[in-house]
Write a new protein. Sequence first.
Lengths: 549, 108
Amino acid sequence: MKRPALLLALCAPLAEAAPLTAEQQPLNLHAIGMFFVFVLATLAITWWAARRTRSAADFYSAGGGISGFQNGLAIAGDYMSAATLLGLSSLVFARGYDGFVYIIGFFVGWPIVTFLMAERLRNLGRYTFADIVSYRLDQTRVRSFAALGSLTVVCCYLVVQMVGAGQLIKLLFGLDYSTAVVVVGALMLVYVIFGGMLATTWVQITKAVLLLGGGTTLAVLALARFDFSFETLAEQAVALHASGAQIMGPGSLLADPINAVSLSLGLVFGIAGLPHILMRFFTVPNAREARRSVLFATLFIGFFFLVVCALGYSAIVIVGGDPQYFVDGKLGGALIGGGNMVAMHLAKAVGGDLFLGFLSAVAFATILAVVAGLALAGASAISHDLYASVLKKGRANEKDEMRVSRIATVAIGMVAIGLGILFEQMNIAFLVGLTFGVAASANFPVLIMAMYWDGLTTRGAVYGGLAGLISALALVIGSPSVWVGVLGHAEALFPYDQPALFSMPLAFVTIVLVSKLDRSKRAQAERAAYADQFVRAQTGFGAAAASSH
Amino acid sequence: MSSHANHALTCALIRSNPKFQRLARRRARLAWALSALVLALYYSFIMLVAFAPGWLHLPLYAGSHLSLGLPLGAALILLCWLLTAWYVRSANLHFDAISAQILEESQV
């Protein structure tokens, strides 16, 4: 019982990474029609944004002109992938309260980001989080490392999203897998290349509004079946679910506490290491708006997570009690379309084909917006960190830098499409562990130490960051889900699927030890430079202002 | 004087302002205390889930099918958000005002 439960828990963050049982469905015209409307709207946004995207500041950070409320929606949009709606509602459907515990873990990192990072991100950074890490350290080495960390996270997450998009679209729209992957890749390229951060942000905002609206409507329609009484819902859910009253409290999700704690550490601190989320803090005019944006984002995300939880419980009764949603009509057997289609079946049950079409289009739009954000984060790491700072030593002209960022976007798009098609038949749940593992063990420790510890030196940052990156990578490769599940060995080299509990402390210890042992002249200058960085972090003195439009 | 030296001088001036030191201390105290509180709340909840699951299974009120764990989880999310709102409010009302004063006194 332990194994499947755990695997399910690990797959859940990205429903897209789900078991590949998806059968191609007949063409769904409602869904395609509504998705077409969404695409037209986003192309109009891109056209509008393209005319306003002239400088590098426009491209990377929308000129710093996004308001706190708008950015809050965009951050929430970046964080709520299709997996949140589909994967987490399915997890509650299957396991009840355990799914809720899991959802809470996804949320708790946000307050921490607000308290410790939001204002410093805005005050110290400009286009990428490497700006902050390399603020008083050696540009070349630190930026190379930060770009490596960003690109690792971006690539893993992109593949997850791409494979998910292909599976989901095959299922919801009845399109061929490769066609779906190419369509997603091509649209993402158009948004990012022509519209930069401004288009990406507004696509994200549009999608966030659709997702919040769609999810809430679905929950209201579903709860109306129970006359909005949670008691009635609970009574019927307990009566129908195979686990009975067990679904109202903790089950076996935490059967392995070490894996659970490791997972929660990765989730909580991984948020603060996801480059496409960090980037959002540079799009607002000042620290005040940066704080407001996380406040709104936290509100939207928290609200949506509670909605998703209500969806999961309602589905236990509405979907779980209706044989038409099960393969061969066998109640309690396999769901049609695989285990992650619960929210979609619920949409059909309470809102008919039209609402199902709408929600499918929203799910597709969600993936599209998230991949655009990721591609932009990856392109910025290449053009701003690697090209302009490392290769050209800060002397690149803006025109060349923007050209490189667009070429980089195309390259990332091609890699994403290629890997998306290559990974079609693979169980990619491990990539989720890798994304959050690397974000929490490589990017986060270096970033937070650069912000808060005056003793940090270049050597400490680079060695510590690499220790986190390599150990997270090695532990995931040796884990049961890769060593056994993907590579087919009999026994895993490392017993846990989640690396953060081990790789994150290793990164911190290495950062501190190497920095302390660094007796170089450079290191002394770097420690001394913290005092001025601290002034800017606290007051915003010298911080990049919003560009005028 | 070069702008670089100017910048360094202003930074030194700001640092020596007692208001700045007070601001940095107050902000650090609030930010770290709230972070510790959120993590303590969350990991206490996880410990409950791991070691006292029966308690979370208790009915919300006599005869209810709803468990105590459900409102507790929702309350955790709400509380985290309220703490976030508290921090953002203090920072936007007080810290920003003090920081603007400091900048003004340092004539930047």
